[in-house]
Design a binder for this molecule. Structure first.
Ligand SMILES: NC(=O)c1ccc[n+]([C@@H]2O[C@H](COP(=O)([O-])OP(=O)(O)OC[C@H]3O[C@@H](n4cnc5c(N)ncnc54)[C@H](OP(=O)(O)O)[C@@H]3O)[C@@H](O)[C@H]2O)c1
Length: 236
């Protein structure tokens, strides 16, 4: 796909990997809608990126607001070409310390919001037969379990299944689906997750460049699943 002039929706665009993707895709000439709750961070990004970045301040777990925004923004005449389901939250604790509220917060954002946004945008994407692409940001923790990661691993293993099923469902509609599974990335994720950051994490901009590459592959070439990790996470 040629990214220039494509309409992109990125969730979690206020910081971290989502912000890096927004920057890389605007640089490629796309028109990006960046969703997150932190309005001032989104506005700051808009100042930097210009009119090809539209800040969308909303909580993805607010089903009514999300559906309203989709209905107000898109139509059969204005269909997103690319959706990057990136927003995610992880908190790591022993199973007996995971509250029902924390469990629900992770499932609501990492899985339920992804379903709500994707299902509504796919309906529109199918109206127009040009190439489309959905990228879901999973995790290595969607491939292997980790102690104190029951809730987060549940969501990322779930996202893996969601992506694989969706990819098979949409391939004949010219809609590619990719699940990208990164290892540790140097973002604010570690400030709140309760797990240890280390000195040799992946850089968001390098993953954003990989996402650009995945999007730019020829229409008949599908990278449906990709795992990326730091080569040497133990390096001091
Ligand atoms: N960092 C890692 O080591 C790592 C490794 C593997 C996979 N991942 C995955 O990569 C993705 C990006 O993570 P990151 O490292 O960039 O994390 P991050 O820096 O914490 O960014 C998370 C993003 O999600 C947004 N967000 C959180 N809750 C939201 C809500 N209810 N509604 C709307 N937006 C919401 C945040 O914006 P607001 O706070 O402004 O709403 C922020 O933009 C996540 O899916 C994460 O699970 C991360």
């Amino acid at each position: 796909m040629k990214i220039q002039n494509k309409i992109v929706v990125i969730t979690g665009a206020s910081k971290g990997l989502g912000k890096a993707c927004a920057m890389a895709l605007v640089e490629k000439g796309a028109s990006v809608f960046g969703i997150a709750r932190n309005e001032s961070a989104l506005n700051e990004l808009q100042q930097k990126l210009g009119q090809n970045f539209t800040p969308v301040a909303l909580d993805l777990t607010d089903e009514e607001n999300l559906s309203q925004w989709i209905a107000n923004t898109f139509s059969e005449q204005k269909v997103p070409d690319i959706l990057i389901n990136n927003a995610g939250y992880g908190a790591f604790q022993k199973i007996e310390d995971v509250t029902a509220q924390e469990w629900a917060t992770m499932l609501n954002l990492n899985l339920n919001a992804t379903f709500l946004l994707t299902s509504q945008l796919v309906k529109l994407m199918k109206k127009n037969k040009s190439a489309k692409h959905i990228i879901n940001i999973g995790s290595i923790l969607g491939k292997v379990g980790r102690p104190e990661g029951t809730a987060y691993c549940t969501t990322k293993f779930g996202l893996q299944g969601f992506s694989e099923a969706l990819s098979k469902e949409l391939r004949y509609d010219q809609i590619k689906v990719t699940c990208l599974n990164p290892g540790s990335i140097a973002t604010d994720f570690f400030k709140t997750s309760g797990i240890q950051a280390h000195e040799n994490m992946l850089h968001p901009i390098d993953l954003a460049k990989t996402i650009v590459h995945i999007l730019e592959t020829p229409d008949n070439m599908l990278i449906d699943d990709l795992t990326i990790r730091p080569l040497n996470p133990k390096k001091g």
